[in-house]
Design a protein around this ligand. Structure first.
Ligand code: ADP
Length: 495
């Protein structure tokens, strides 16, 4: 029995101000419908059922694909300003209903309510940004290579797009894909994670209210097994021209293979193993604050979380001692209580995984300076390990939990070699005051995103994504819109 269960209202969602946001079936062709198996959405904090959702199956996926194909004809013809106004209206509704969205998100995902509020703001910012950016989808006029010709490059929507999204950011991972797709004139089918369909359904309900036409934005809620079948259908359909996926590297590779026969354009945002590097000359309080924010946000369940922390020998002991002091101030508990800074993990298996990583490290000589002992169920206390080495699981693989392994290094060369080892290359963080070193490291670290003396680095207008096996393509900003367009070259002769 979860020790926190008794302190949590079983009916947190009874008190949202707009109960119509709580939708419990898929949304296809502008209608709420589903023909697949029902499944429960549970609150990771209590294990209690938040809602029973009527799931989708492959036939719903086929309907959604046809609906998106039919809607594409009108949607792509709509002029950019009209699409911009509809996206803006959706953004304003997200803002207006932010508190309800945050409660739904927190109830099904488990992150502290204040983090859920930040995610709603962050998620909404993509809709706002792409509402504007849709008006700047410019093509290009090119110089002619013969007289009597005009050459141009048209930017056109890629067509019907699919998005498969994860549970750790149930709102932002959808808006980051759907907003640029709609802005470009594409239509979309979203298959949200089985753990967090309610946020996705609330978002599409708001898009419906904003006036986004039927078939333009479809959501297929589905349980685990149906998700696999729907995913296959979306990948194999020749009508779907683009797949955007955020999730594990293993599933990303599988989807990539499934998309090969139809040569789909792919955007993949996969797992990371972010190094967090602190040099002797770093500002200690800001490095520690950065490590706490990067490591323990969403209980360590973000793909850009610091996964392995390297501290140069001269600062190691001071960093460790201040970090432990700050970690002890974190308050684990009910996400709906104002002082909570760490909620539960998404499920009990995730907590067991953290424990497995701790046990593995301890069996090889690491020690837990704080934490390291499991709580009941889905909760795992924030944990700091010292004396870790590169053979340990916690340094080689993404923990996706509140575990901070601290490793000591001597030289810049050593730490770059360690940081670049392995197949992933998503985010990395460096704390130093040496400007020459900053530029050397920016050149040599193998990652798609680098925070220098900064640990919360994402925003709607910057490119988010990874290199190596952390993925393909970028989301956010101007390049995030390019993802959903094709270039058509037009050569006008006889002029
Ligand atoms: P995690 O391990 O963090 O849950 P996953 O990669 O398993 O990450 O899940 C991310 C998303 O991918 C979810 O929407 C999930 O339903 C979906 N998914 C998982 N496995 C498959 C699969 N075999 N085919 C299609 N979608 C899948």
């Amino acid at each position: 029995m979860n020790p926190l269960e008794t302190s949590i209202s079983p009916s947190v969602l009874d008190h949202i101000s707009d109960p119509d946001l709580l939708r419990k079936s898929s949304f296809v062709r502008g209608e709420w419908s589903a023909t697949g198996p029902k499944f429960d959405v549970t609150n990771p904090t209590t294990g209690k059922v938040v809602a029973c959702v009527s799931g989708s199956n492959v036939s719903d996926a086929k309907s959604a694909i046809f609906a998106a194909q039919a809607a594409l004809q009108e949607w792509r013809k709509l002029h950019a300003k009209a699409r911009s106004h509809l996206l803006r209206a959706w953004f304003e509704l997200i803002e207006e209903h932010a508190e309800d969205l945050a409660k739904i998100l927190s109830a099904e995902q488990g992150k502290p309510l204040r983090e859920a509020r930040s995610e709603v703001t962050y998620g909404g910012s993509f809709v706002e940004w792409y509402a504007e950016e849709s008006k700047r989808l410019n093509g290009e006029l090119l110089p002619a290579f013969e007289t009597g010709r005009q050459l141009m490059a048209l930017r056109q929507p890629i067509g019907v797009c699919a998005a498969i999204t994860p549970w750790n950011f149930p709102i932002a991972m959808i808006t980051r894909k759907v907003a640029p797709a709609l802005a470009a004139g594409c239509t979309v089918i979203v298959k949200p994670a089985e753990q967090t369909p309610l946020s996705a359904l609330a978002l599409v309900e708001l898009a419906r209210r904003a006036g986004i036409p039927a078939g333009v934005f479809n959501v297929l809620a589905a349980d685990g097994p149906s998700s696999v079948a729907i995913g296959r259908e979306l990948c194999e359909s020749p009508i779907v021209r683009h797949l955007s996926f955020t999730g594990s590297t293993a599933v990303g590779k599988l989807l990539m293979a499934q998309c090969a026969p139809t040569v789909k354009k792919l955007a993949l945002e996969l797992g990371g193993n972010a190094p967090f590097i602190v040099f002797d000359d770093a500002d200690l309080p800001s490095a520690v604050a950065g490590a706490i924010a990067s490591k323990f946000r969403n209980a360590g369940q973000t793909c850009v979380c610091a996964n392995r922390i390297y501290v140069q020998t001269g600062l190691h002991d001071a960093f460790l001692s201040l970090l432990v002091q700050e970690v002890k101030k974190l308050k684990m508990g009910n996400p709906f209580e104002a002082e909570t800074t760490i909620g539960p993990l998404i499920d009990a298996d995730s907590a067991l995984k953290v424990q497995r990583f701790v046990d593995d490290a301890v069996s090889q000589g690491a020690t837990a300076v704080t934490g390291g002992t499991p709580e009941a169920g889905t909760f795992y206390p924030p944990t700091v390990l010292q004396n870790v080495n590169e053979r340990m699981l916690c340094m080689r693989e993404e923990t996706f939990g509140p575990l901070a392994p601290i490793s000591r290094f001597d030289t810049e060369e050593d730490v770059i070699r360690l940081a670049n080892a392995g197949d992933s290359g998503l985010a990395a963080y460096v704390y130093t005051k040496d400007i020459a070193r900053i530029f050397r490291i920016a050149e040599t670290l193998e990652c798609g995103m680098l925070g220098v003396n900064a640990s919360l680095i994402s925003s709607e207008h910057v490119p988010f994504g990874g290199i190596k096996q952390s993925g393909l393509g970028r989301e956010g900003g101007r390049v995030g819109l390019d993802e959903y367009t094709e270039i058509k070259y037009l050569c006008l002769g006889g002029l």
